[in-house]
Design a protein. Structure first.
Ligand code: PLP
Length: 385
C-alpha cells in the first residue's frame, strides 16, 4: 500500500526526531549502568536526573517527585495499589469513574476483589462526572479517588482541578491518569490539586515501554517493585536510560513546539466533514475535548467492518469495540455515556498529530463517507428514513 493516513495517535505516536536524537547516544557511546560508580555509569545517572528535571518542569512538579516506570499501565498500577495498601488502616473505600482506561479500571476492580469497596461514578452524555455526585459518594472511610484527566476514546477533558479540591478538602488521596493529556493540554500538578499523576512516553512521541509517576512530596507510597533500589528504592530495575532520555526530549518538544491550534483546526475540519454523513454523531464533550481526538458513532454500522474498509484505503483509525472473551462487546466508555449497544458498535476514533495535513483530512472525509454508504447499503438494519 502506498498511501498511509495515520489517524490513531491516541493509540500510539511516531517517535519524534527530538526523542530519537536524544536516545541514540545511550545505545552505544553512553551505555553505562546508572548504578555503577565509574564515570560511564555516572554519565548515565546524570542523563536520568536531567530527564527527571525536564519531565518535572513540564508538569509543574519538582524533580524528586518524578519516578520513571516501564509504562503508563505500570505507573497506574503502582499508584493505585500502593496508595490503597498504604492507607487501608484508615479505610477501604475507593472512588473512580465508569470511563477510566483499563489500566485504572481493572486495577480498581482487582482492589475490590481483594477486599476494598469501590464506587464507580456514572458520567453524563458528554463523559463528564458530576461534582455533586462525587461529593455525595465520599464516605468517612474513603481513602482514594481516581479520575482520568482526559478520556482516550472520546477525548473529554474532566474537571480535575475541581475534583482535586474536593479530595484535598476531605484529606483523600487523589490520582489522575493523564496519559492522553500530557503534551496535548496544559498539565500542572499544582493547579490540578493532584497527589499522583501518570504519563506515558509512546503517546507523546517517545518510545513504547516508558512512563512516569508523579508522587507529590509528602505522600508516602510503598515500593512497587522490589530489588536493587533504583528510583529511590520504590521501583527497582535497571533504568531504561535511552527511553527515559527520549521521554524527556519528547515532552519538551511537545510542550514547546507542538502546533496544537493547527491540530485542533484540522480536527474541527474533520468533525465538520464527517457530521455531514446522515445519522452520524460526535461522541464526547463538544467543547472540553482534547485537540487531537475526533470520535464518532454512525448508525447501522459495525465498527470493525468500517475499520477494515478504511484500512483498504490506507486509513488507520480505531473503534471503541473491543474483542473480549470471544464476544464483540461495545466499549464501556460509549455505554457509560448512555449510547445503546447497537449505536456504540458503530464507533470510530480518529486521532491527529502534527503530521496530519488538510489533504489527508479531506481524503478521510471522502473515503469514510463512501465506506459508510457502502456498509449501509449492505445492512439489513439500515433505514434511511
Ligand atoms: N491510560 C490511558 C488513558 C491510555 O490511553 C493508555 C494507553 O492506551 C494507558 C493508560 C496505558 O499506557 P501504556 O500503553 O503506556 O501502558
Amino acid at each position: 500500500m502506498d498511501k498511509i493516513v495515520y489517524l490513531d495517535n491516541a493509540a500510539t505516536t511516531q517517535v519524534s526526531k527530538a526523542a530519537l536524537d536524544a536516545m541514540l547516544p545511550f545505545f552505544n557511546d553512553r551505555y553505562g549502568n546508572p548504578s555503577s560508580v565509574y564515570s560511564v555509569g555516572r554519565d548515565a545517572k546524570k542523563a536520568i536526573e536531567e530527564a527527571r528535571e525536564t519531565v518535572a518542569k513540564a508538569i509543574g512538579a519538582r524533580p524528586e517527585e518524578i519516578y520513571f516506570t516501564g509504562s503508563g499501565t505500570e505507573a497506574n498500577n503502582w499508584a493505585l495499589k500502593s496508595a490503597a495498601q498504604a492507607n487501608m488502616g484508615k479505610g477501604k473505600h475507593l472512588i473512580t469513574t465508569a470511563i477510566e482506561h483499563p489500566a485504572v479500571f481493572n486495577t480498581m476492580k482487582f482492589l475490590e476483589k481483594v477486599g476494598f469497596e469501590l464506587t464507580v461514578l456514572d458520567v453524563d452524555c458528554n463523559g463528564q462526572v458530576s461534582l455533586d455526585e462525587l461529593s455525595d459518594s465520599i464516605r468517612e472511610d474513603t481513602i482514594l479517588i481516581s479520575v482520568m484527566t482526559a478520556n482516550n476514546e472520546i477525548g473529554t477533558i474532566l474537571p480535575i482541578a475541581n475534583i482535586g479540591k474536593i479530595a484535598r478538602e476531605k484529606g483523600i488521596l487523589f490520582h489522575t491518569d493523564a496519559v492522553q493529556a500530557v503534551g496535548s493540554i496544559d498539565v500542572n500538578v499544582a493547579d490540578m490539586n493532584v497527589d499522583m499523576l501518570v504519563l506515558s512516553g509512546h503517546k507523546l512521541g517517545a518510545v513504547k515501554g516508558v512512563g512516569a509517576l508523579y508522587i507529590k512530596k509528602g505522600v508516602k507510597l510503598p515500593a512497587f517493585i522490589h530489588g536493587g533500589g533504583q528510583e529511590r528504592g520504590l521501583r527497582s530495575g535497571t533504568e531504561n536510560v535511552p527511553a527515559i532520555a527520549g521521554l524527556a526530549a519528547a515532552i519538551e518538544y511537545r510542550i514547546s513546539k507542538l502546533p496544537l491550534e493547527a491540530i485542533e483546526a484540522k480536527r474541527n475540519r474533520l468533525i465538520e466533514g464527517l457530521l455531514k454523513i446522515p445519522k452520524s454523531a460526535l461522541t464526547g464533550d463538544p467543547i472540553n475535548r482534547l485537540p487531537g481526538i475526533a470520535s464518532f458513532v454512525f448508525e447501522a454500522i459495525e465498527g470493525e467492518s468500517m475499520l477494515l474498509m478504511l484500512d483498504h484505503f490506507g486509513i488507520c483509525g480505531s473503534s471503541g469495540s473491543a474483542c473480549s472473551s470471544g464476544s464483540l462487546d461495545p466499549s464501556h466508555v460509549l455505554l457509560a455515556i448512555g449510547l445503546p449497544h447497537e449505536i456504540a458498535h458503530g464507533s470510530l476514533r480518529l486521532s491527529l498529530s502534527e503530521h496530519t495535513t488538510d489533504e489527508e483530512i479531506d481524503y478521510v472525509i471522502e473515503k469514510l463517507t463512501d465506506v459508510v454508504a457502502k456498509l449501509r447499503a449492505m445492512s439489513p438494519v439500515w433505514n434511511e428514513g
